[in-house]
Design a protein around this ligand. Structure first.
Ligand code: NDP
Length: 450
């Protein structure tokens, strides 16, 4: 365990103030202890020191002009973390909270998540501390063009393939692709999450949410149970949350909450998904408007959240699907869920549960699907989009969805097997970390010290 302490204190010295990154590294290293004790060659090859250091970090200025002629400057990032299994792959996040530590934690997680899919994908992540809220289409377009005017020289269909994340959907991908094409003259699969009109894959938009629910179904099947008839808490109201709710309904479960940065909706008879899509995908307005259509639904403003926790996790339900953002589920929230008899947590967002919350779920032995396994369906389907682009083919929704389901099952099986192999049956945090790490580390060793 000495190496964990040593690694974290080295990172704190060399990369100061990156709290979320240390949190992600610590979780992975804690899980790896049984593997590293048994197979000492990983330590001899200095794999830990190499894997926590990104291969390349690109930071750049993003200047742009708003509709009133005012000049703004944001910080842009792309962290190309690890390419031992394939081209760097991971989304771009546009949110005011973005900083180097957040992008680094996301990129680090992405390495192991991508490895777990079994597909040829390296790990990377990027974004900007740009707030798209309240910006016009023209402002979004000019920001995206400026962002790509720098980033275009670092990405390509066989080097680094970005996708969406918080604040980046099909509209932003469209503007970024347009600028990339103008600068390079290339029409290639350099982004995933593209519009269906020009190179996107059917079922990519749905994939992360659907995959998180497929993963939950795998965990329940192992316990001789299913989602049918279950009442579910969902946080977030963006891409991942919406398609998590859609698949829950399809499998006979009922999502009774959703949330956004302004507040939480609780609707006892089940969330009206059509209305949420209208408010968040089309109108891009706050969930406060949901309550205008349904006076019986309870709306809690973000400001009214309990001090150390979130309103969304305080309702009684069988299962929870955190789909908003990192550290949105604290120890207090985890205790409330367990007290209310919640038996399953499947993470659509990246690292949504704090370390203490994760420990509480593992101790309680509920079905807990950590994000790097449970939400890997998004990136896996991005790889299916890359495969369609490279072969100039277009697969049906059913073909892509069937492959997604199979990949989620495989991730569940490899994580469960690794947990069992190292004496921690049922602990999918440990299993997913070991299974993902082993694939990357073995490739790194075979490729030499590079
Ligand atoms: P979206 O931007 O589509 O939606 C994010 C949702 O979370 C919105 O409802 C947003 O509220 C809410 N939210 C974001 N930040 C905060 C915050 N600090 N506090 C409260 N609410 C917040 O993003 P996605 O759905 O794509 O991403 C959600 C999560 O899933 C992220 O953790 C992302 O990294 C992860 N993920 C996404 C994948 C994808 O394919 N898109 C793949 C794998 C993981 P509001 O509407 O008010 O902005």
């Amino acid at each position: 365990m000495k190496y964990i302490h040593q690694t974290i204190s080295d990172l704190m010295r060399s990369s100061p103030a990156q709290t979320e990154f240390y949190q992600a590294v610590e979780e992975v290293l804690n899980s790896l202890a049984p593997l590293l004790e048994k197979h000492t060659h990983y330590q001899q090859q200095a794999i830990i020191q190499r894997i926590v250091e990104p291969e390349r970090q690109i930071m750049f200025r993003v200047p742009w002009v708003d509709d009133d002629g005012q000049i703004h400057v944001n910080k842009g990032y792309r962290i190309e973390f690890n390419s031992s299994l394939g081209p760097y792959k991971g989304g771009l996040r546009f949110h005011p909270s973005v900083n180097a530590g957040i992008i680094k934690f996301l990129g680090f997680e992405q390495i192991f998540k991508n490895a777990l899919t079994g597909l040829p994908l390296g790990g990377g992540k990027g974004g900007a501390n740009f707030d798209p809220k309240g910006r016009s289409d023209g402002e979004i377009m000019r920001f995206c063009q400026s962002f790509i005017t720098e980033l275009f020289r670092h990405i390509g269909p066989t080097t680094d393939v970005p996708a969406g994340d918080i604040g980046v959907g099909a509209r932003e991908i469209g503007y970024m692709f347009g600028q990339y094409k103008r600068l390079t003259g290339n029409y290639d699969g350099v982004f995933t999450g593209k519009s269906l009109l020009w190179g996107g894959s059917l079922a990519r938009k749905e994939a992360t949410g659907y995959g998180t629910v497929y993963f939950a179904e795998c965990m329940l099947k192992e316990r001789k149970d299913s989602l049918n008839g279950k009442r579910c808490l969902v946080s977030g109201a963006g891409n991942v949350a919406i398609y998590t709710m859609e698949k829950l309904y399809q499998l006979g479960a009922t999502p009774i909450t959703c949330s956004d940065s302004s507040g939480t909706i609780y609707h006892d008879r089940g969330i009206d998904l059509k209305l949420v899509k209208q408010l968040k995908e089309k109108q891009r307005v706050s969930l406060a408007h949901y309550a205008e259509s349904y006076p019986e639904a309870i709306y809690t403003e973000a400001a009214h959240y309990p001090e150390d926790g979130h309103a969304v996790w305080r309702y009684r339900a069988d299962a929870a699907f955190p789909c908003a953002t990192q550290n949105e589920l604290t120890l207090m929230d985890a205790k409330a869920l367990l007290t209310n008899d919640c038996k399953l947590v499947s993470e659509g967002a990246n690292m949504p549960s704090t370390k203490a919350a994760v420990d509480a779920f593992i101790d309680a032995k509920i079905a807990y699907g950590p994000s790097k396994a449970a939400n890997a369906g998004g990136v896996a389907t991005s790889q299916l989009e890359m495969a369609q682009n490279a072969s100039m083919q277009k697969w049906t929704f059913e073909q892509v969805d069937e492959q997604l389901k199979q990949i989620m099952q495989n991730i569940f099986i490899s994580s469960s097997h690794a947990a069992k192999e190292f004496g921690h049956e049922g602990n999918l945090v440990l299993g997913a970390n070991i299974a993902g790490f082993r694939r990357v580390a073995d490739a790194m060793i075979e490729q030499g010290v590079v």
